[in-house]
Design a protein around this ligand. Structure first.
Ligand SMILES: [Zn+2]
Length: 253
């Protein structure tokens, strides 16, 4: 780290749990953020500001006027632009010293597997079960931790699925991929704007902790936020040995 970086990240470095070593781990990390909408905006903005060395942002959508109520990485002037390019402008404005890769596509199959393999942590900031399950399968296969967030109406949830030890549940242990869940889209259900900020910022916090190996992650716990009464609750999530995704993965020796 040069003097300029020591200054930029000084309020992190001052923290005993982070220090120069932790900040260096952030600078050396590659975080994959899937979705550049309500959750992906604040998550990616905090990751960029915090000095995560490489951010890959994936979204195939363009900025729409109805997004601006909550997707804070985008601006009125960028309506119609690809979300990843709009977010890229915001992120490089916050921190021009990091490497930002913008992919305007819907990832799946080998392409998703390849990107997950090269990532330190993956953030699921999408809004549909099909993508969530594809991302979970790729993370389990590559043993890369996944930070998952979701918000609809006044309700939010956040958790970490960490396949590195072979003892923690995966996303499919909680929401089995063979079960049918109905996607509740923001477009039809509505979403209270600041809740995506709360949950997205928590996803960034969990990602940073996982990269630096500090504290205790949300692995094995699902946090639920009732934004209408502003109450958090926590639910234990156990690994399902019969899970179709992680049940088939051998425990590390
Ligand atoms: Zn599982």
């Amino acid at each position: 780290m040069n003097d300029h970086q020591l200054l930029r990240y000084s309020r992190h470095i001052l923290l005993d749990e982070i220090g120069i070593e932790g900040q260096q781990a952030l600078l050396d990390a590659h975080v994959l953020v899937i979705g550049a909408g309500g959750l992906g905006s604040p998550a990616a903005m905090y990751l960029a500001a915090s000095g995560v060395g490489k951010l890959t942002l994936v979204d195939d959508d363009t900025v729409d006027l109805t997004n601006l109520q909550r997707q804070i990485a985008h601006t009125t002037g960028r309506v119609g632009q690809p979300k990843v390019l709009s977010a890229c402008q915001t992120l490089s404005g916050i921190n021009p010293e990091i490497d930002i890769v913008a992919l305007q596509e819907r990832l799946d199959g080998a392409r998703l597997a390849e990107l997950v393999c090269s990532s330190t942590v993956v953030l699921d900031c999408t809004d549909n079960f099909a993508t969530r399950h594809a991302v979970n399968r790729a993370c389990v296969a590559a043993r890369v931790p996944l930070v998952s967030g979701a918000v609809i109406r006044f309700d939010g949830q956040v958790s970490v699925f960490d396949p590195r030890t072979g003892t923690q549940p995966c996303y499919s242990c909680l929401f089995p991929q063979e079960q049918q869940f109905t996607d509740e889209a923001c477009s039809s259900m509505g979403v209270f704007a600041p809740l995506v900020g709360v949950v997205g910022a928590m996803q960034a916090a969990e990602a940073l902790k996982l990269i630096m190996g500090v504290g205790e992650s949300l692995a094995g716990r699902l946090l639920l936020l009732d934004g209408l009464h502003m109450e958090w609750s926590s639910m234990r999530v156990a690994r399902d040995s019969g899970c179709a995704v992680c049940g088939a993965v051998a425990l590390p020796a």
